[in-house]
Design a protein around this ligand. Structure first.
Ligand code: AMP
Length: 373
């Protein structure tokens, strides 16, 4: 289908029609799975009407999609009643997936890195169905396989596939190696760190991944930070840490995507007590104020009092524990953190914006840090 929203509606409808045959629920990234079930929360009554009457809602407008669905859709009031009963029996949508799809064995998709935020919601929908984090790859090439799928998703590691490309690793700890090049008339100090090869990485150290691929990329910096957790035979097992480029920084402070995610997780506990959740989040460094400060954007599922939001804001501020941030905050070299609550549906608009530019929904990742524009 040419329209993602219409396709998603039909995927959900097909899932319900063939509910007993569904063995697993999967998408490239966990974000899409959560997005699909959030959509189901909104459209389930319409889906039930379609199933009851055997007629597709008029909101699906593409003729090719309508004719494909017409072949599958027959009036089935019993199924519509069953789905209505099952959904009505749920408490706050907990265990939605096994309730609708009784034969699902597991849920599969990338759940580490920037996808960790969606795990809580996914677990809620999944009930007792196991979550399995998929492999580590990118458009530029595949990197590692999750060869221990039964470990909890937070501890997932990826064994590098040593024959799929040539991998090098830039050490991030002692990464500033002073190399003096003799260029003839001047000595230039190069700050470029020296990469190590696959078998030279050390357990416990963090690295940025470089790929040379059969497709023709030569020493391409992926921009991902990984930590070596061990070895499988001679190939390293990597834990995905974060994207390297996201760095909230005003002066000497440095906070990564991972730091941001942990701060949001901590502060989100305060609204969880009010039965609300952070649907999605992003951040920004505001340098227009003096001193500059961090801005965190939240979209929340419902209403939360100003009191609680103030506490969330303070909690976020305290949760950035990087020494540069803490000391700068103490002397007011960085201003108080600002929490901005976004209108409901903002992140849906962000997704639509990227899709409008031609991005693939299966590869969508919410931008975790945005510039002034
Ligand atoms: P794309 O090229 O759009 O498919 O995105 C590739 C990027 O997604 C990688 O460079 C990582 O930053 C991220 N990514 C891919 N696989 C994983 C994974 N298993 N865990 C965490 N992040 C991942």
């Amino acid at each position: 289908g040419p329209d993602f929203r219409q396709s998603l509606y039909c995927h959900l409808l097909c899932g319900l029609i063939f509910r007993e045959e569904i063995q697993l629920v999967s998408s490239t990234f966990a974000h899409s799975i959560v997005h699909a079930f959030r959509t189901l929360e909104q459209v389930w009554e319409e889906l039930c009407v379609d199933i009851r009457e055997g007629i597709l809602t008029s909101r699906i407008t593409f003729p090719s999609v309508r004719s494909a669905m017409a072949k599958l859709l027959k009036p089935n009031p019993e199924l519509a009643d069953l789905i209505r009963r099952k959904i009505s029996g749920l408490s706050n949508w907990y265990g939605l997936i096994p309730e609708l799809f009784p034969n699902v064995k597991y849920i599969y998709g990338i759940m580490t890195g920037s996808m960790e935020h969606y795990l809580k919601k996914l677990r809620h929908y999944a009930g007792d169905v196991p979550l399995i984090s998929a492999d580590y790859g990118s458009s530029e090439g595949w990197i590692g396989a999750n060869i221990n799928p039964n470990v909890p998703t937070e501890s997932t590691t990826y064994a590098v596939l040593p024959n799929i490309g040539y991998f090098e690793f830039i050490p991030l700890k002692e990464n500033v190696e002073e190399q003096v090049h003799d260029t003839g008339d001047a000595n230039i100090l190069s700050m470029e760190p020296k990469p190590v090869s696959l078998t030279e990485v050390k357990i416990g150290e963090e690295y940025e991944v470089i790929v040379t691929s059969f497709a023709g990329l030569y020493r391409y910096r992926l921009g991902d930070v990984v930590k070596v957790m061990g070895f499988h035979n001679s190939t390293p097992e990597l834990k995905f840490i974060c994207r390297r480029n996201l760095m909230l920084t005003v002066n000497i402070d440095k906070n990564t995507e991972k730091d941001l995610q942990q701060a949001v997780e901590e502060a989100a506990k305060l609204i969880a007590e009010e039965k609300q959740e952070v649907i999605d989040f992003s951040s920004h460094v505001d340098m227009w104020t003096d001193p500059g400060h961090y801005v965190i954007f939240w979209e929340i599922s419902g209403e939360v009092s100003d009191e609680v939001l103030k506490e969330c804001c303070n909690c976020l501020d305290r949760s950035f524990v990087d020494a540069g941030y803490v000391s700068s905050r103490k002397v007011n070299a960085i201003g108080p953190l600002e929490l901005r609550i976004l209108r409901r549906g903002t992140f849906q608009k962000v997704l639509d914006h990227y899709l409008g530019l031609g991005a693939a929904v299966s590869q969508f990742k919410t931008p975790r840090c945005v510039g002034p524009t």
